[in-house]
Structures are given as C-alpha cells and as structure tokens.
Design a protein around this ligand. Sequence first.
Ligand code: AMP
Length: 359
Amino acid sequence: MTTTLPPGSTVGIIGGGQLGRMLAMAAARLGYRTVVLDPQPDCPAAQTTNHQIVAAYDDPQALVELSGRCDVATYEFENVPVAAAEKLAKDLAVLPPPLALERAQDRLIEKTFLNDIGVETAPYRAVDSDADLASGLAGFGGNGVLKTRRLGYDGKGQIVFRNLAGNSADGAFAQMGNVPLILEGLIPFVMEISVIAARGRDGSMAAFDIVQNVHRDGILATSTVPAAVSETVAEAAKSAAFRVLEALDYAGVIGVEFFVLEDGGLLANEFAPRVHNSGHWTEAACAVSQFDQHVRAVCGLPLGDAARHSDCVMENLIGGDVDRMPEILGQSNAVLHLYGKMETRPGRKMGHVTRLSPR
Ligand code: AMP
C-alpha cells in the first residue's frame, strides 16, 4: 500500500539553494510544512521554508533533529553525503532513495549503471594517471573530455582535448588535482536535450515535454520547449528516463540530460536525482510544475498531468543578467522568478525568466 502524507505533514529538504526554495514553495501550496537543512543561515530556501536547521549536511545531531521534525525527507542537490541519507533512511522515508545519490555522485559509477540498464552513453575510461589518459585519448582518436569523477558541476573541473597526439596531455592528471577522473569520448552532438520525469510512490510515471538546452561556459543558458526533435527521439529519451526511474525504485523528479547525434541517436550524459534547472519552465507552462510533481511524488499523492499549455523559452539570469529586471517586468509574456540571493557574483544563478507563447 502506498503511504500518503496528509496536508499538514512536514517535508524535510536537505539543501537550501534555489531548488530547495522552490520545493518549499510548492510544498506550501499543497498544504505541507517544510524544514530545510543547510549550513548557510540566509540561504535562498530559508526565506520560504517554515524552519531551517543551520548545520552541515552530515551533522549527526542535525540529522536526528531533521528526522524528528519531518515525515519524509528529500534533497535538492546530488552531493548530499550518501552516509547521511542512509542514516536518515533508518528513521523515515528518504526519497529519491539514497541509492540514486550513490549512482549519480560518481560519473564512472553513473555511466556504468546507465549502460548496464541499456541506456547508451559516450564511451569512457577511468583515468588515474597521465598514462591512463594517454592510452584513453589514443583510443578515442586524440579527442576527449576529461572530468573529475566526483563533485563536478556546470562544466567545472573539465578539460577538452582535440586532435591530441602522443604524450602532450602529460601533467593533466596533476592539473585536475590528482583525483580520480573519467575520460569521455568527445561527442559531436547536434543538440542537447533533457527529460524531466517523475515516479510516484505507487510506481506510476510521467514525463514533461522534451527540453532543448543551450549551455554557455558549461552553465545552462536557455531551455526551449518544445525541443526540435522527432516524436521517435522524444519517446526514446522518455523511455530511457523511465528505465532509470524503475531501476532505482525511485520516487520523485529526475532530470536526465542527453546528447542528440546527427542520425537521431541519443547518448545520456548524466542524470540528477532531483528537480532540475532545465525543468524550471514547467512552473510557467504547465498546470503542475516539476516542484509540485516532486512534492506529490515524495508525499505519495497522485502525479499530475505533465502536459504543457504553452510553448516557452526559459532563460537563466546569471550574475549581472539580473540587472535586466526592469526591462523583463515590462514584457507581457515573461514569468520572472528571482532566488533572493543578496550578492550578485559572476556565474551565480540569480533567477530565471520564462517567456511564454501560445502552443
Ligand atoms: P557536464 O558537466 O557533464 O554536464 O558537461 C557540461 C557540458 O559540457 C555539457 O552540457 C556539454 O555541453 C559539454 N560536454 C560534456 N561532456 C561532453 C562530451 N563527452 N562530449 C562533448 N561535449 C560534452
């Protein structure tokens, strides 16, 4: 039998960034209370949650307090320490399950898992020395993307190699910090897309429409819906996302990113076991947003209809982009959302705007 948490119950959220902020708002709309665990006192979610526990994510006392204060726990970033999630899971449901964190935190484990369940990725090699890198690059014709296995995001901790010969990559292992690395084949993709999908506690699944993403300097710049892909490609991407959800016995929203090849083939790049930046458009273009959907899923409510009522382009407001607020406020089709961050810094996500157009 599926557990359904009645309104008035409390959802614990590990992480208090903008995703936690928007999850707390969605939970409130459905009549739930929230408690956020984040070490930073005035984090974006602190302004929208009922209560914040100010402590490190793996602080044992804070985890005891969190489990005492909430009826289900979830998280808004994939680098939640797995041990902390597992400890919490002894006392209450932690959704998505800690296994999803474990699979997503290490790019080598993630890609192996995806391939094992029949979801294709770029070819890859583990790299633990310059010698591994040289032989890997030779295997990929001198082209590749070198990434840290853990704790990389928004293109940070990556080196791209093109047409490299011999040992000219020597020193890269040290340059990347002497940590475990992965070398991926350099994919000549024609487009990047993502799927925002959800699985309920009862096993039902739903996916929002496919999103076409453009990254700038490794950071998501825009998400456009609908993506310019065929129905076949769209269905293949959704079915790959569903396969991931089922393999992890998942509950909650997931974001799965893909490269689209010239022939329409798909290679999964990575998945995020949480609500995703490329799903922010859903708050403006769907009756049920990805945040609503996540709260529904982890609280055991029925999933909402993921259909969109409008086409749209979501633009991230990064750093000084937020100074364009007066102009955006004057645009009649623009849905603006700011994250309450007091300090503007280059590369920092300050908010987003979704511009709607009729379908
Ligand atoms: P990631 O940190 O894996 O999300 O990578 C950030 C961005 O770098 C991606 O959105 C792509 O634009 C690019 N990228 C990552 N991996 C590859 C790859 N194997 N081949 C080509 N481009 C890549």
